[in-house]
Design a protein around this ligand. Structure first.
Ligand SMILES: Nc1ncnc2c1ncn2[C@@H]1O[C@H](COP(=O)(O)OP(=O)(O)OP(=O)(O)O)[C@@H](O)[C@H]1O
Length: 246
């Protein structure tokens, strides 16, 4: 079978961290939003870190867009990242923070200033170029982090619990923004979450982890029916008798 439809592949990847073994053999489809879910400690961040290059496999290979990136550092992989926090440098204004997404040494070309302003506008922060992150609300900081991911123009966006620090209203408006960005500019999104509502709102597919392994890899509609598996039932907060979407 050809793997052209896969944006990301982990081929027989093995890794041991502390006492925990991780074994991943999976493909993440191009052009869809995939949620990586599971209990705390199941390996969600480790999987994302293997894709991003912050962790190295002890065996196996990582491919992004068909290219073997196993030995490439994070900055040279065709990905952008948004985390729950630590997305922005506190002492730099938004223009600089976002410009760093285009060029790590801020060697910006003439058109880049406009690119930054357009990205800010795109996430609802028009005119915020000179603001420092500390002067923004949590939701605005997260929007700025999305703007930085946008200007990188990478085919894969990795998000690790990006909405965890936001209140419920903001979670939902940020999820809407993410869906818009996905439609316009970012073909493939991988989203780590411990919240079934994020899966419901955003994900086309779910990869569910338990103890460092994938136990479900399925379209979201099928995932809700996997409550026969105890870790999934616990994650969804349902007992085995009450099956259905949250
Ligand atoms: N550098 C490390 N050294 C030792 N153990 C580690 C290391 N990194 C991760 N682990 C362990 O591996 C397991 C999986 O961690 P990981 O952060 O990937 O889980 P997670 O599913 O993202 O959890 P959470 O939802 O709590 O963030 C945990 O038990 C963690 O303690």
């Amino acid at each position: 079978m050809t793997a052209d439809h896969l944006a990301i592949q982990l081929q027989s990847v093995g890794l041991k961290l502390g006492h925990r073994d991780f074994d991943f053999d999976l493909g993440i489809e191009r052009g869809v939003v995939t949620a990586v879910a599971g209990a705390s400690g199941s390996g969600k961040s480790t999987l994302l870190n293997l894709i991003a290059g912050f962790e190295q496999p002890q065996v196996g290979r990582v491919l992004i867009d068909g290219q073997d990136v196993t030995d490439l550092p994070p900055a040279r992989r065709p990905i952008s990242l948004v985390f729950q926090d630590n997305n922005l440098f506190a002492h730099l204004d938004l223009f600089t923070n976002i410009g760093l997404g285009i060029h790590p040494a801020m060697r910006l070309a003439p058109g880049d200033r406009l690119t930054v302003s357009r990205a800010l506008e795109r996430v609802g922060l028009a005119g915020f170029e000179r603001r420092l992150p500390g002067s923004l609300s949590g939701g605005e900081r997260q929007r700025a982090a999305f703007a930085r991911a946008l200007v990188r123009r990478k085919p894969v966006l990795l998000l690790d619990e990006p909405f965890a620090a936001l209140d419920p209203g903001l979670r939902s408006s940020m999820a809407d923004l993410l869906i818009d960005l996905h439609r316009d500019s970012v073909p493939t999104i991988v989203l780590v979450t411990h919240d079934p509502r994020d899966i419901e709102r955003l994900a086309d597919r779910v990869i569910f982890l338990d103890q460092g392994r994938v136990i479900v890899d399925a379209p979201t509609a099928e995932f809700w029916n996997k409550t026969g598996l105890d870790p999934v039932a616990r994650f969804l907060g349902v007992n085995r008798m009450a099956v259905g979407s949250p």
